[in-house]
Design a protein around this ligand. Structure first.
Ligand code: ZN
Length: 211
């Protein structure tokens, strides 16, 4: 894949899918990462294997933070349909890849998202794309969980939203306390999911996925 290809496609409802690199930002980031390399004691930033590393890291960083350029509300609205279905809609095992804002190291795992429609449903793939739009930023898992919940609640106005995220944080695994298999679980609920029975049903449905 050629990372520098710019592709912008517009779907019929008008939200932009952007996969592009801002050359000016890439230059600034590359210079910054070159400085980082120069300051890693014992390393030689001029050796062959590292020659293009600042540029690659700059592009990777722009890719991993592309969520700032995405519009989660627009994503949901691009496939919003009137529908009388008023039962739980659950999308589970959505892969998430994010970066902790404290160490800029990855955290990754699964998100489970449910909502109970109140007149409108959205495309199932849009739920996963909303998760991505918030995950591809510098995040903490707690805020990521709440942002997904609030975006769906405010845009679809459903009877309730439930979000559970389980993730492993490389800043815990690779450094610091080195708790290598610890999984952090966060959850947030609104509306009908604040009732124990509904929440219980949700947990039962995602049980097979929970570690
Ligand atoms: Zn961290």
């Amino acid at each position: 894949m050629d990372c520098s290809i710019e592709s912008i496609s517009k779907n019929h409802k008008g939200y932009l899918k952007v996969e592009k690199y801002d050359d000016e930002t890439i230059d600034i980031l590359s210079d910054a990462y070159k400085t980082v390399l120069e300051n890693i004691e014992g390393e030689n930033p001029n050796r062959e294997g590292l020659a293009k590393t600042p540029l690659r890291v700059a592009k990777a960083m722009q890719f991993l933070t592309q969520g700032y350029q995405q519009d989660p509300v627009g994503i949901l609205k691009s496939a919003m349909f009137k529908e009388d279905y008023r039962q739980m809609v659950l999308v589970k095992d959505i892969e998430i890849f994010s970066m902790c804002e404290h160490h800029m190291l990855p955290f990754f795992g699964k998100a489970h998202v449910a909502y109970i429609p109140n007149g409108h449903i959205t495309g199932l793939s849009k739920i996963a794309r909303v998760v991505d739009a918030f995950a591809r930023r510098l995040q903490v898992q707690e805020r990521l969980t709440t942002e997904i919940k609030e975006c769906i609640q405010e845009t679809l106005n459903p009877l309730g939203v439930a979000v559970v995220i389980e993730a492993q944080h490389m800043c815990m695994v690779m450094r610091g306390v080195q708790k290598q298999h610890s999984v952090t679980t966060t959850s947030d609920f609104s509306g009908a999911f604040e009732k124990p029975a509904t929440r219980g049903e949700f947990f039962q449905l995602i049980q097979s996925s929970l570690k």
